[in-house]
Each structure stands twice: as C-alpha cells, then as structure tokens.
Design a protein around this ligand. Structure first.
Ligand code: AMP
Length: 117
C-alpha cells in the first residue's frame, strides 16, 4: 500500500527541492543527496507506486514504457552511455529500500565494483 508520507512524494509535490536532471510526464530524475558513485542519479515514477514490483503489477503499459524510456533519456543527459553505467532498484526490506516510492538508481562516472552488497 502506497503511503504519501515519503520524501520522493514531497519532491513530486514541490514541497521539497531536488537537483533535477530530467523530467517528463512519466518520471523525474535528480541527483542522489548521498551519492554512492561519482555520478548517482535517481529516476522516480510520477505515479504513486511503492517499488518496482508494485509498479509492474499496477501501472499501464504506456507508463511502464515511458518510465524506462525516461531512464534512457536521463542516461543521455548525463552522457554515460559510452563508458557504461549501472541501474539498480532496491525493493523492500531485503532489497534495502529506504524510500517507499518506486525509483531506479543510475550509477556511473567511474568504474564500479563488481558486486553490490
Ligand atoms: P533506496 O535505498 O533505494 O530507497 O534509496 C533511496 C535513496 O534516496 C538513497 O540513496 C538516498 O541517499 C536518497 N535520498 C533520500 N532523500 C533524498 C533527497 N531528499 N534528495 C535526493 N536523494 C535522496
């Protein structure tokens, strides 16, 4: 069950600021406040979904396609495609998800370690 009392919902409402990279009707991308790589950007859904699983279960096909295209547009803005990058989505307690609003991390700008823990 989605709970509006989370920081990403507040950013979407304009009640909290964010360092924006890209925005369209499906997604908003902004720099992570506590970066885990030289480039660390979050792409969040405009729709109210708890996580990846909830998003794929409930979102319409155009929303799913639009969201993944928005990740790709963000990668272009960040100019990460030539050297490569990583996308990650943490889901639930075991996945280490802190903010219960669907988002994908884009990590890059440097060579990343092979294993994520
Ligand atoms: P996750 O563990 O996948 O839920 O990741 C949540 C991410 O959101 C973490 O990497 C945080 O550093 C980041 N974060 C939390 N609050 C903010 C904020 N106000 N602006 C930007 N990033 C944030």
């Amino acid at each position: 069950m989605y709970n509006e009392n989370n920081v990403f919902h507040k950013i979407l409402e304009g009640k909290l600021g964010a360092n924006k990279v890209y925005e369209d009707e499906y997604a908003l991308a902004f720099y992570d406040i506590n970066p885990s790589a030289k480039v660390h950007v979050l792409v969040i859904s405009k729709g109210a979904y708890v996580n990846y699983h909830d998003f794929l279960n409930r979102a319409a096909a155009n929303e799913v396609a639009g969201f993944f295209k928005a990740i790709n547009e963000t990668v272009k803005v960040l100019e990460l495609s030539e050297d490569g990058f990583r996308i990650v989505s943490n889901i639930g307690t075991n996945g280490g998800q802190e903010v219960p609003h669907f988002h994908v991390h884009i990590l890059g700008g440097e060579k990343l370690g092979h294993v994520l823990v």
